[in-house]
Design a protein around this ligand. Structure first.
Ligand code: SAM
Length: 283
């Protein structure tokens, strides 16, 4: 899916057989589009996180984190796991950068592409791409940005090495992601990680992986306290707007989100669910 009006490209690919016969998941892309990020699920998350966003803090944390990058007009940014593109529109409009947003999910990219077209923003493009398989020439980007994505990636080190090669010398890597505390975890968190199929590490381990991939000036911050405040605020906002939420979506959606947010609070207060912010540069 490219950003060319009236042009449709269809790539048909024979998928491998079910990797998990019990759940019926045939591939991670199928899992994203048909289970985790269906169109109704994306609408529910967007309602909780804010227009354009599918990750913690939505526009608030995006602005805070992007400000760390000191972006300059004309710079090239790759957003890995861009979702529905809120962060990309923000960066392009505010700083005049060129953004390529890539995401494994067709659903996410379809929504993002439609919104880019409606906003008439040619400096933002979206493509369906598995970040663990797609390729870009070496030294292509000034910034690689990724928010709430790498929890889905098993081999984070291999992906960090790819990021390192795609960045220009002096380029910056900025990641925020769900992390975990040291085991043992509570049964609630164990069940959550299993259900979502996440691959989590501690903020310190995350920082070591970035260092091992060849980055320098690595800053790895445990932002769990901020995460707890954000989750509480998102929950309170949903509860305060309950009637409107139910009118626009459904009572089932509302209850699913409230239960999920309470579970996040339980797991982050127990120290199992952590949240990290990572910033590094390429020499
Ligand atoms: C929680 S959403 C975050 C979206 C967006 N970054 C935001 O902050 O709103 C996680 C995104 O990662 C994408 N994703 C997961 N695995 C991926 C992969 N291997 N390559 C590219 N995107 C991936 C999912 O499809 C989903 O859109």
């Amino acid at each position: 899916m490219k950003n060319n009006s009236n042009q449709t490209c269809e790539l048909l690919e024979k998928l491998p057989g079910p990797s998990d016969p019990q759940s019926g998941i045939t591939s991670s892309q199928h899992y994203m589009d048909n289970q985790l990020y269906t169109i109704p699920a994306i609408r529910r998350y967007e309602k909780m996180f804010g227009a354009g966003y599918v990750s913690t803090g939505g526009p608030i944390t995006t602005k805070e984190f992007v400000d760390l990058l000191n972006l300059k007009p004309g710079q090239k940014v790759l957003d890995v796991g861009c979702g529905i593109g809120g962060g990309d529109f923000y960066m392009a409009k505010t700083f005049g950068v060129e953004v390529l947003g890539v995401d494994l999910s067709h659903n996410m990219v379809a929504i993002a592409t439609e919104r880019a077209r409606a906003a008439n923003l040619p400096s933002v493009r979206f493509e369906v791409c598995d970040a663990t398989k797609g390729t870009f020439p070496e030294n292509s980007f000034n910034v690689i940005y990724s928010k709430g994505v790498l929890m889905h990636i098993r081999d984070k080190l291999a992906l960090m090495k790819r990021f390192h090669s795609w960045l220009k010398p002096g380029g910056q890597l900025l990641i925020s992601d769900d992390c975990c505390g040291e085991k043992p975890w509570t049964p609630v968190f164990e069940a959550y990680v299993k259900r979502r199929g996440c691959y989590l590490c501690t903020p310190a381990q995350y920082g070591q992986l970035i260092q091992e991939a060849g980055f320098c000036n690595v800053r790895a911050e445990d932002r769990t306290a901020q995460f707890i405040c954000l989750v509480q605020a998102e929950l309170q906002q949903a509860e305060a707007n309950k009637d409107q939420f139910i009118e626009e979506l459904s009572e089932e959606d509302y209850l699913a989100m409230v239960n999920r947010w309470n579970e996040k609070l339980e797991c982050s207060n127990s120290g199992d669910h952590r949240w990290g912010l990572f910033h590094a540069t390429k020499n």
